[in-house]
Structures are given as structure tokens and as C-alpha cells.
Design a protein around this ligand. Structure first.
Ligand SMILES: Cc1cc2nc3c(=O)[nH]c(=O)nc-3n(C[C@H](O)[C@H](O)[C@H](O)COP(=O)(O)O)c2cc1C
Length: 139
């Protein structure tokens, strides 16, 4: 099982989630490649599961400088593709993730796990949730 994780993180919280997800997936036997979105292109789709991470930015949107253009660039290639989505948020209620999940399903993607959101930095129970998310994807 090959898993690619592509993420954007401004202050490191989504990056911490990405690393915990990687740890969980590797514990379950997957081969995981972790990529910042600035270094990723459509070839990241060449994996059993593409895992995408972005925090809530703007006003409940994806980060607009790098991550949104990346999503727009792969959106037409997602039919039947296994995806999983995660990200950190601050004061909102997770609307950006509900919108993003719906958008990816409308593009034809198949969600390999329920989208995962964590308030601020993962720690304790939320860190365990990240690892369990990685494990679930690797099955
Ligand atoms: C410019 C900006 C806009 C943000 N907008 C939202 C928002 O609409 N809703 C929300 O819940 N959090 C919002 N946040 C908070 C971030 O989602 C939160 O700090 C998150 O942990 C950042 O993740 P990161 O460390 O991976 O960058 C915003 C933060 C910034 C800097």
C-alpha cells in the first residue's frame, strides 16, 4: 500500500497532523511519502491513497496561494480516486472541511476515511486520532 500525503501548513499544526498520520500509516505497514504542496504536482495521484491536508484559512476556505491552486489542478483527475482529507482549524466549526469534502466527492473521489479536523495543534487524544486516521487509511 503506497500513500502520498500532500499538505500546506502555515504555523505547523497541519504539518504535525501529517507526521502523526504518516506514523500511524507506517505502523500499519504502508509506504508513505510526505510532501509539502509547494513541491507537489499531479504525479502525487500515483498512489493507492492520496491524503490531503490544509487548515481552515481565509474565511472557512482552503489556503489560497498554494493549496487551492493545487486542488484546482488535480480536481479533474479525481474520478474514482481514493482520497482522505485532514486539517487544523482555530475558531470555526469545521465548515471549510465540510465544503472541501463535498467538493472532492462531487469531483468523483472516494473517501478512504471520514475527514479529520483538529483544533490547533494535535496533542493527547487528538494526536491519537491522527495516528488512528493513518492506520485506517492504510487498511
Ligand atoms: C489568515 C488566517 C485565516 C484563518 N481563518 C480561519 C477560519 O476561517 N476558521 C477557523 O476555524 N480558523 C481559521 N484560522 C485558524 C487556523 O486554521 C489555525 O490557526 C490552524 O491551526 C492553522 O494551521 P497550521 O498551523 O497548519 O497553519 C485562520 C488562520 C489564519 C492565519
Amino acid at each position: 500500500m503506497r500513500i502520498n500525503i500532500v499538505y500546506w501548513s502555515g504555523t505547523g499544526n497541519t504539518e504535525s497532523m501529517a507526521k502523526l498520520i504518516q506514523e500511524g500509516a507506517e505502523e500499519a505497514g504502508a509506504v508513505v511519502t510526505l510532501l509539502e504542496v509547494s513541491g507537489a504536482d499531479a504525479s502525487a495521484l500515483d498512489a493507492d491513497v492520496l491524503v490531503l491536508g490544509c487548515p481552515s484559512m481565509g474565511s472557512e476556505t482552503l489556503e489560497e496561494g498554494e493549496f487551492e491552486p493545487y486542488i484546482a489542478s488535480i480536481e479533474g483527475k479525481l474520478s474514482g480516486k481514493k482520497l482522505a482529507l485532514f486539517g487544523s482549524y482555530g475558531w470555526g466549526d469545521g465548515q471549510w472541511m465540510r465544503d472541501w469534502t463535498e467538493r472532492m466527492e462531487s469531483a468523483g473521489a472516494v473517501l478512504a476515511a471520514e475527514s479529520l479536523i483538529v483544533n490547533d495543534a494535535p496533542s493527547g487524544a487528538s494526536a491519537e486520532q491522527c495516528k488512528a486516521f493513518g492506520k485506517a487509511i492504510a487498511k
